[in-house]
Design a protein around this ligand. Structure first.
Ligand code: NDP
Ligand code: 8X3
Length: 249
């Protein structure tokens, strides 16, 4: 029987590429996000193994209602891809919009933990499952303007590590993927709210692409069930961590 994967944020970027790859690899995929027309288009593109399911990660009631609100035959989720997320703004903390911080925390942290909490009991009852999170290098390497976005991804990092402790003794795997510079998604368009500035982020670079993230997810899932990849930090070859900075008077 085909395994069922639920991919959050499947309307763009990594999530869409992961959904495509998993259907291709023989999974039945529940694709979620807010933009219904994108979900419908994905269903038309991928066929009956793709279930479009509108889910706003800021809607606690809708999250709590899963998996009961899924159609019969789609409720036993084996794989959860916690991908939906966003960065908003690059301002320094002292200038940032608090509403942007609230949205990042609500989506990247609160919605993510609520959905995980709702799907874990089913995985434990069936004694099989895998939760894969999209963290970020922003969780590890600080940068100017990364303030709350990086902190939400540091939360993702520690939450997935702690999940491993709580799930020990059960056959539910947990993995955190931490990509660096990645183009071909809407991440920078959403963050900067300016398509020209977003394009400039990748100028002269060969960034990771959503297909690279999907390939990594497929590999992590393909390993024998006794193998748990805890974390993967991945960057394009053209990127490396910077050094420390000093302000000189
Ligand atoms: P995109 O902007 O291309 O995709 C983000 C996805 O998240 C969209 O499908 C969007 O769907 C969904 N989403 C955002 N807010 C909500 C919400 N409230 N409810 C439901 N879905 C939501 O970004 P990426 O594909 O690049 O990013 C995917 C993940 O990877 C994010 O968590 C991001 O932080 C992380 N990441 C990205 C990197 C990059 O450089 N691109 C690097 C490292 C990590 P919709 O708008 O339809 O709701
Ligand atoms: C996305 C990578 O460097 O823009 O998580 O924060 S970065």
């Amino acid at each position: 029987m085909k395994q069922i994967a639920l991919v959050t944020g499947a309307t763009a970027g990594f999530g869409r590429a992961i959904a495509e790859r998993l259907v291709h690899d023989g999974y039945r995929v529940i694709a979620t996000g807010r933009r219904q027309e994108r979900l419908d288009e994905l269903a038309t593109h991928l066929g009956p193994d793709l279930l479009p399911f509108r889910l706003d990660m800021n809607d606690a009631k809708a999250i709590a209602g899963l998996p009961a609100s899924l159609p019969e035959g789609w409720r036993d989720v084996d794989v959860l891809i916690n991908n939906a997320g966003l960065a908003l703004g690059m301002e320094k903390a002292q200038e940032a919009e608090i509403a942007n911080w609230q949205t990042m925390i609500a989506t990247n942290v609160t919605g993510m933990v609520e959905l995980t909490r709702v799907l874990l009991p089913g995985m434990l009852a069936r004694d099989r499952g895998h939760v894969i999170a999209l963290g970020s290098t922003a969780a590890i390497y600080p940068y100017t303007g990364g303030n709350v976005y990086g902190a939400t991804k540091a939360f993702v990092r520690q939450f997935t590590r702690n999940l491993r402790c709580d799930l020990l003794g059960n056959n539910v795997r947990v993995t955190n993927l931490e990509p660096g510079l990645c183009g071909g998604s809407e991440f920078s368009n959403v963050r900067l709210r300016d398509d020209a500035k977003a394009a400039a982020v990748y100028e002269g670079t060969k960034p990771l692409l959503p297909a690279d993230i999907a390939e990594t997810v497929a590999w992590v899932l393909s390993l024998p069930r006794h193998v748990n990849i805890n974390e993967i930090e991945l960057m394009p070859t053209c990127q490396a961590a910077g050094g420390l900075s000093v302000a000189r008077g």
